[in-house]
Design a protein around this ligand. Structure first.
Ligand code: SF4
Ligand code: SF4
Length: 351
């Protein structure tokens, strides 16, 4: 950053360089803020006259990728679990998913084989396998834990990058950050596209990111609408094909199938010089979990009126539960920290 601050050639590429120019010295908090502003588009590496093989060896995307991954662990809550970021996230996620699926599967099998492999149709069919109250308690607790852990982590990040804890951002800065985040404004390499595998920029990574993000948001909306149906209208799942929770879930599910597959392919083809190879497991684990949530959800929708419904529901719930409890210790946090960094950046610019 000190070399970049003398050079300033890349100041028009993204938010990182204008934010850097507001500083002369870089504390850990400043670097974590800059690292989470970076969208890893690779443009500054391709444009830089000091990148390898130059002896200065300036590699901003990779350096900020390492700092970014370190920042996730640094702000994790509770601190004892910060090591989870360094371990293979894929193994953690799969073990958790299989454990929960096995638990639900076993629970139903021990109590009544006919229930698990039976054909259940109509409102309340899912609750023949697991009572709604037990399901809501289990998933409500996992979701609440994820929300609290993420809130505590964001609080530590916000404080470390120099913002007062009580301050939540002015409306103008918040709106600017929402606009930047929803458009993935800084994943465009300064306007030409993202450099992923070579020095020819494309918009593919941005499109797959959009599909993944909006797919996740639609699936969340589907679950929220279904919850409102259950408690406000006394209408129990599963719902017909044309109903809002199913329509939202199908659209979101398609986004979560295509987006993660594209992101995995982009990772596979990506230039290793730009990446932090030691954290690849964490990235891949989160993308695969999103893909599996969608795959099992879509399979459940397709075969919900057959004898496969019981095992498929157990598998889907297992994967969703694993996703919830690993959210605060995996790649999901990058979306939150990046948004918080964008709020701060908008505030700095306005100031
Ligand atoms: S990345 Fe290279 S070209 Fe860009 S500002 Fe830094 S030193 Fe200059
Ligand atoms: S990789 Fe892209 S987003 Fe990151 S600092 Fe370089 S130009 Fe900015």
């Amino acid at each position: 950053m000190t070399v970049c601050n003398s050079c300033r050639y890349c100041e028009g590429l993204c938010a990182v360089f204008p934010a850097m120019e507001m500083r002369r010295a870089f504390s850990d908090g400043d670097l974590n803020y800059l690292a989470n502003l970076c969208h890893a588009c690779g443009a500054c590496y391709v444009d830089c006259q000091f990148s390898p093989p130059h002896e200065f060896d300036v590699n901003v995307p990779k350096t900020l990728a390492i700092a970014r991954a370190d920042s996730y662990a640094a702000y994790a809550w509770p601190r004892a679990l910060s090591g989870a970021f360094a371990r293979n996230g894929l193994v953690i996620s799969l073990v958790a998913a299989l454990s929960v699926a096995a638990f639900i599967f076993g629970f139903a099998a021990v109590n009544d084989h006919a229930v698990l492999f039976g054909i259940h149709t109509g409102p309340g069919a899912f609750y023949a396998l697991m009572p709604h109250k037990a399901m809501a308690t289990l998933f409500g607790a996992a979701f609440l834990y994820a929300v609290v852990a993420l809130a505590m982590s964001v609080r530590a990040f916000w404080r470390d990058i120099g913002e007062p804890v009580g301050y939540r951002g002015d409306a103008g800065s918040l709106w600017q950050a929402i606009d930047d985040a929803c458009r993935l404004r800084y994943l465009d390499g300064g306007g030409v596209g993202c450099y992923n595998e070579n020095d020819r920029p494309t918009d593919r990574r941005r499109i797959y990111h959009h599909l993944t993000f909006y797919g996740f948001a639609l699936c969340f909306a589907a679950t929220s609408v279904a919850t409102l149906y259950h408690y406000l209208l006394a209408r129990e799942a599963p719902y017909p094909w044309w109903d809002l929770p199913v329509v939202l879930g199908v659209l979101g599910g398609l986004g979560l199938l295509i987006g993660p597959m594209g992101l995995l392919a982009a990772k596979w083809r990506g230039d290793p010089a730009l990446r932090d190879a030691s954290r690849l497991g964490m990235d891949v684990a989160f993308i695969q979990m999103l893909f599996l949530v969608s795959l099992t959800g879509m399979a459940l929708l397709l075969w919900r009126e057959t004898a496969a419904m019981g095992p498929l529901l157990a598998l889907h719930l297992g994967v969703v539960f694993a996703l919830f409890i690993t959210l605060p210790y995996g790649k999901f946090v990058h979306g939150i920290y990046r948004f918080v960094a964008l709020v701060r950046y908008a505030r700095e610019r306005r100031g």
